[in-house]
Design a protein around this ligand. Structure first.
Ligand code: DGY
Length: 322
């Protein structure tokens, strides 16, 4: 029996590509170039499954392409805001994602950003490498203490709860706001207090960390009014999606000392990072590294395979979102 044809839009870890070639008639992207919209259309017209990543915009036009052959989109990523879900529903295209396997690594990066921005890690490293360090002195590069501070989580799903567990090790007080929280899936061992509004998180937290999906409802959820409600000593941490934050408002808030700093892994127009942010010392900037460990990226790829294999075996893919 012939194997299903699958198109993979970027290079995946070797171990996963090897398995892909065993299981499917896989068309790989050997030079790892970003697919153009036309290449996505060609793929969806000629393959049985499309395996994009979070940077491939799978629009309604692409899903609605006349003569589309692909019946499943196995997204390499937990966030699926890159895919027009309404169009997928309309055209009966199954969409899957890769939850759970990236929870720990993404929470690690959120905690790294929190620690780094509070304790001026990036700035300190640049200072030393730039040959500016003249020696220890009592007032040199004083940052903010983390232990005992309040961490406010906006969105309290898997990654937020994993970050909360890490923050407990730093003796932090935990509060969260999540109107969609699934009580059955809450980690009851974490003493986090639910508050009834985002404003309460903004007003009380020393660190505000974002963990909600990117949807029309959450676009620019954090804006100039939000920054005005935060403590002037507070920090914003974003490992979720760039468009949850109004980036221009963030730049103004940082420049005018409305808040003290920010740790960012995601941006509104990736891979573009505003020049203003690049010049600021009170921000730590990472290139969307949340899930970027060998183990996690392999697990994400294997998760895509499990979903797509299940689909072609006539079963419901375990991580079906549509
Ligand atoms: C995701 O999976 O949604 C991340 O942003 C990439 O790891």
């Amino acid at each position: 029996m012939s194997k299903p044809v699958v198109v993979v839009t970027r290079r995946w870890p070797n171990a996963v590509e090897e398995r892909l070639m065993d299981v499917f008639d896989a068309r790989l992207n050997d030079d790892d170039h970003p697919f153009s919209p036309q290449e996505l259309v060609d793929a969806i017209k000629t393959a049985d499954a499309l395996m994009p990543t979070v940077t491939d915009k799978i629009s309604a036009d692409i899903i609605g392409t006349a003569g589309r052959k692909a019946r499943i989109i196995g997204n390499f990523g937990v966030g699926f805001n890159n895919i027009d879900i309404d169009a997928a529903k309309k055209h009966g295209v199954v969409v899957t994602n890769t939850p759970e396997v990236l929870t720990d690594c993404t929470a690690d990066i959120a905690m790294i950003l929190l620690l780094s921005v509070a304790r001026r890690i990036g700035e300190g490293e640049r200072h030393l490498r730039g040959g500016q360090w003249t020696g220890w002195r009592p007032t040199h590069m004083m940052g903010q203490k983390v232990s005992g501070k309040t961490l406010g989580l906006i969105g309290y799903g898997r990654i937020a709860q994993a970050m909360a567990r890490r923050a407990l090790g730093f003796g932090m007080t935990l509060i969260y706001y999540d109107p969609y929280v699934d009580a059955a899936k809450l980690d009851k061992s974490v003493p986090a207090t639910a508050v009834s509004s985002i404003d309460e998180v903004l007003a009380q937290a020393d660190f505000v960390s974002l963990h909600c999906p990117s949807t029309p409802e959450t676009r620019h959820l954090i804006n100039s009014e939000s920054f005005a409600k935060m403590k002037p000593t507070a920090f914003l941490i974003n490992t979720a999606r760039g468009d949850i934050v109004d980036e221009s408002a963030l730049i103004a808030a940082l420049r005018e000392d409305v808040i003290q700093g920010a740790g960012l892994d995601v941006y509104e127009k990736e891979p573009k990072v505003p020049a203003d942010l690049l010049k600021m010392n009170n921000v730590v900037l990472l290139p969307h590294l949340g899930s970027a460990s060998t183990q996690t990226r392999e697990a994400m790829g294997m998760r895509v395979l499990t979903n797509v294999e299940a689909f072609f075996a006539g079963k419901t893919p375990p991580d079906r979102v549509v």
